[in-house]
Ligand binder design. Structure first.
Ligand code: PEP
Ligand code: MN
Length: 265
């Protein structure tokens, strides 16, 4: 799996190039689970940028367990992400679920997310491998490390070397307290197995905002290159993943706490 030394994924954003990699500052990606409306996405973008995030996240196409849950605003949400990008200069990361949406999504996304539920959607992997945008590949919730690396290999074999691996928690037997079990042991393991940059998502990893800061700090201590954190201006009203979303104020404090952990933010 290892293609030479640890290497960076460099992403060009309106605010300049951002390096994901071992010898660079921590890259923080933050924003709501779903793009809900223009006001909330632009407001969140401003706040997370001021706190030090380099990328805004926000789902336009949402992979929901129930077909009756909010499915995302689709193409109109992509336009709102474009507005937030224009306003703040933040890079945009958003999930692609259907290869049919690649072109329109690629117009606004600086990084394309492949979600946990699609980690082994090989048709999707081949398509994102055959285009130029970096890919943020989330670990399937029941996937082994080898399956995950093979999924990354699909993207690279199709011609795109720019893959970031994101651990987002694996299936847990103790749903009572955490949504998933965040497997931080993958950080040193991946470091030994692959040259690819590593990201940790403590929001989906725990499912509860109150546990996010501790796991974000632990991930930095273990050597992560990047963090993805859900932030919502009013978590109680969120259309998806409210319970695990930090308020902008709590995110500000977390960013201050992270700065003292080690890897400069
Ligand atoms: C998300 O990032 O909002 C998401 C759906 O993540 P995952 O694929 O890890 O569940
Ligand atoms: Mn989410």
């Amino acid at each position: 799996f290892r293609h030479g030394e640890a290497s960076d994924v460099i992403v060009n954003t309106p605010n300049g190039p951002v390096h994901f990699g071992e010898n660079h500052p921590l890259v923080v990606i933050a924003g709501p689970c779903s793009v809900e409306n223009e006001e909330m996405i632009v407001e969140t973008a401003r706040r997370v940028k001021a706190a030090g995030a380099k990328f805004l996240r926000g789902g336009a196409y949402k992979p929901r367990t129930s077909p009756y849950s909010f499915q995302g605003h689709g193409e109109s949400a992509l336009e709102l992400l474009a507005a937030a990008r224009e306003e703040t200069g933040l890079g945009i990361i958003t999930e692609l679920m259907d290869t049919a949406d690649l072109e329109v999504l690629g117009e606004v996304a600086d990084i394309i997310q492949v979600g946990a539920r699609n980690m082994q959607n090989f048709a999707l992997l081949k398509k994102v491998g055959a285009q130029d945008k970096p890919v943020f590949l989330k670990r399937g919730m029941s996937s082994t490390i080898e399956e995950w690396l093979m999924a990354a290999e699909y993207i690279m074999a199709a011609g795109n070397p720019n893959v970031i691996l994101c651990e987002r928690g694996i299936r847990t037997y103790d749903r009572q307290y955490c949504r998933n079990t965040l497997d931080l042991s993958v950080i040193p393991v991946l470091r030994s197995l692959t040259h690819l940059p590593i990201a940790i998502d403590p929001s989906h990893g725990t499912g509860w905002a109150e546990y996010v800061p501790a796991m974000a700090k632990a991930a930095i201590a273990a050597g992560t290159d990047s963090l993805m954190i859900e932030v919502h201006p009013n978590p109680q009203k969120a259309l998806s993943d409210g319970p695990q979303s930090l308020t902008p104020d709590r995110f500000d404090r977390l960013m201050e706490e992270l700065a003292v952990i080690g890897k400069a933010v």
